[in-house]
Write a protein that binds this ligand. Structure first.
Ligand SMILES: CC(C)(COP(=O)(O)OP(=O)(O)OC[C@H]1O[C@@H](n2cnc3c(N)ncnc32)[C@H](O)[C@@H]1OP(=O)(O)O)[C@@H](O)C(=O)NCCC(=O)NCCS
Length: 161
């Protein structure tokens, strides 16, 4: 796994971290969909999926001993089932790095941590969903060896047309 600068510390999250996880989920969706203001429904997703089987990792930032530390990035993972072969695999639910801390390999480090967890579970596949408009994430995942396998297609508005 790539080395973290000494100002950052990787921490295993807890199922009690719900409020912080919700904040990070909301930051993610607000950034990707700035035209929308209400993401309160995301707490239902967390209520449904957060458990000891869906681990969280946080990155804590503390530039020096005198400064209060801050959580600046997170990865939330779970599992899914590949409908083609029935195998379980690791699924990335959420990855978020605060803007001031981007482009220094932190998301890469978190995903490497997630990959290690997936391997420990005995799975040999890891997947995720990414929005087409999210070019930064698409580039990140491509760089890390992910490749698209399917399209998620929607028809909205007057769906009878
Ligand atoms: C996507 C995100 C997690 C990337 O975090 P990060 O810590 O900056 O990523 P890394 O530093 O590990 O980037 C690794 C590589 O990904 C690619 N990449 C990351 N951000 C990029 C950007 N904004 N534009 C182009 N390429 C980008 C680059 O190839 C980069 O390598 P390089 O810096 O050597 O060129 C971060 O931008 C983020 O939190 N975005 C908002 C939330 C989000 O979109 N989450 C993903 C939902 S699917």
């Amino acid at each position: 796994m790539s080395a973290l600068s000494r100002h950052y510390r990787l921490k295993q999250g807890k199922t009690q971290d719900k409020a912080r996880l919700l904040k990070f989920m909301q930051l993610t969706y607000q950034e990707l969909f700035p035209e929308q203001s209400n993401f309160s429904h995301l707490s239902k997703t967390i209520d449904q999926y957060l458990s000891s089987k869906t681990p969280i990792w946080w990155l804590e930032y503390q530039p020096n001993k005198e400064t209060k530390s801050d959580m600046i990035a997170c990865l939330w993972m779970g599992t899914a089932i590949d409908q083609v072969n029935g195998h379980q695999y690791g699924h990335i639910f959420l990855i978020y790095v605060k803007p001031n801390h981007r482009r220094q390999g932190l998301a890469t480090t978190l995903i490497q941590q997630g990959q290690q967890w997936v391997k420990q579970q005995g799975y040999d596949q890891i997947g995720l969903q990414v929005f087409k408009r999210n070019q930064a994430a698409l580039k990140l995942y491509t760089k890390l060896g992910f490749s698209p396998q399917s399209y998620l297609m929607f028809k909205s508005g007057n769906i009878n047309e």
